[in-house]
Design a protein around this ligand. Sequence first.
Ligand code: HC0
Ligand code: SF4
Ligand code: SF4
Length: 573
Amino acid sequence: NVTLTIDGQRVTVPENYTVLEAARSAGINIPTLCYLKEINEVGACRVCVVEVEGARTLQASCVLQVEDGMVVKTNTKKVREARKAVVELMLSSHDRKCLTCERNNKCELQNLANEFNIKEISFEGKMKVETVDMKSTSIVRDPNKCVLCGRCVSVCNRVQNIGVLGFANRGFETKVGPVAEKSISEVPCINCGQCITACPVGALREKESIDYVWDAIEDSNKHVVVQTAPAIRAALGEEFGLPMGTRVTGKMVAALKRLGFDKVFDTDFAADLTIMEEGHEFLERLKNGEKLPMFTSCCPGWIKYCEHYHPDLLDNISTCKSPQEMMGAVIKSYYAKKNGIDPKDIYVVSVMPCTAKKFESQREELQSTGYADVDIVLTTRELAKMVKQTINDFTSLPEEDFDEVLGESTGASVIFGVTGGVMEAALRTVYEVATGKKLKKLEFENIRGMEGIKEALVEINGKEIKVAVVHSIGQANKLIEKIKAGEKFYHFVEVMACSGGCITGGGQPYVNDKIKLSKDIRKERAKALYNEDKAKKIRKSHENPMINKIYDEYFDKPNSHKSHELLHTHYKK
Ligand code: HC0
Ligand code: SF4
Ligand code: SF4
């Protein structure tokens, strides 16, 4: 440990702390902008400068290591003036149309301008006017809002190992964006949207779909059905001031009904269906010793990563469509037939925590009824906007239930939204179906939690099954290299592109860095899903009575001819 003095307070902290961390642990606020804990610690923006006794210049506290006996002052006139000058300079060349900015009221630059009490900008810098990149199916990039903090670059590079964003030029001409000034749609971006959640301002956002949904709801010829992903219920409440980790399933359903959707279904139902299909596919591959490890197929960011970077693994990916796509296909086939509705008149809206799901919904491999399985995807943030437009107080809505049949789900499906959840749900079913025995404990603790690579061993009929779970493409890449080098062997691997799983997807509510520093948002949101699992009467996909009903009435059995037609696909790019 190291003891230093900050603003006259003696503070003892571990020796690997920075001055910023030491100050925050003592309750002292040092503002930051380019800083993103463990991801972007570069000291570039100089908003976090402090005075250190004996040093000639002000020091960036986010990269300054603590030392024994150090004397730091964080709130002198010199410090305040320097910080203010930095923010004023940024503002002077920033596109300051806050009222029409996606991040209005949720912008870290706006917060700083407010906290520093900046009332006017004394020098007007040169404005760059650049084209907004709207070409991607998922990500919109507005370079005029960029403050060059590099947070998106670091996330894409260091967490995701994708590295399609970078810095170009120097001085006033410095830019952040894809190489050679290309559109983000022209580089091998996987649409995960992690750059959006890293950006402190409105330079990155999702491709919005709200107006299409309102138009569909108003169109009396359309039967508009909505489905919600597992992770929405764990985060939507944050948009309405509820504490992180509050489960808002019932209120979310009530809100959707009031927005005017004809039916409100749960993607969780389709997650149970996925487990039936994927579980049986796995047992089949295991029996035949074919194309192992089998990788999960529900994350479109992961699929696109494989297509660009590991095409040789495509045959190892389960042929199951993701739950959102299975749900779309079921709505436009089984549900359409049962209710006498022409699938061409059905409009399927998904609410997803994910920007890559927007891309997925447009893939030609996912249109098995002759129409797109899913017509349009909203993010959690977009749904929150629609709710705010129409509902006075989300928090006082009653708790309502999903609509019948395609709204029925189990505890296994709700944990899909957190890393390890798909594998845990699959193991609950695979074990019981293959052995005919009941599991003594449903929780597979080894594959829970936020460790980068998690492993478990499960014995099924005398055979040891090795499984692994990874989240973030950086970790997936590490694991794949080990598998390819023969250092590791697994039968079944779950991959989710986002660190923590979908709960931290690119479409989830923005969380500013101060909160990210004080809690692990992945763990907070995960709690909501694990609690919902615990609260469910039925916690295994194969025990969902509605799943059994749909097999009886329509699909016959898992991996049947009909399920292959509607619920499976093959990516071969
Ligand atoms: Fe996910 Fe999904 S769990 S990918 O992470 O499998 O987006 O929440 O909806 O489809 O169910 C996202 C979340 C889903 C799908 C499900 C899976
Ligand atoms: Fe990188 Fe993901 Fe952003 Fe694409 S969406 S630029 S892969 S972080
Ligand atoms: Fe989307 Fe979930 Fe994959 Fe992230 S982990 S890209 S949120 S499906």
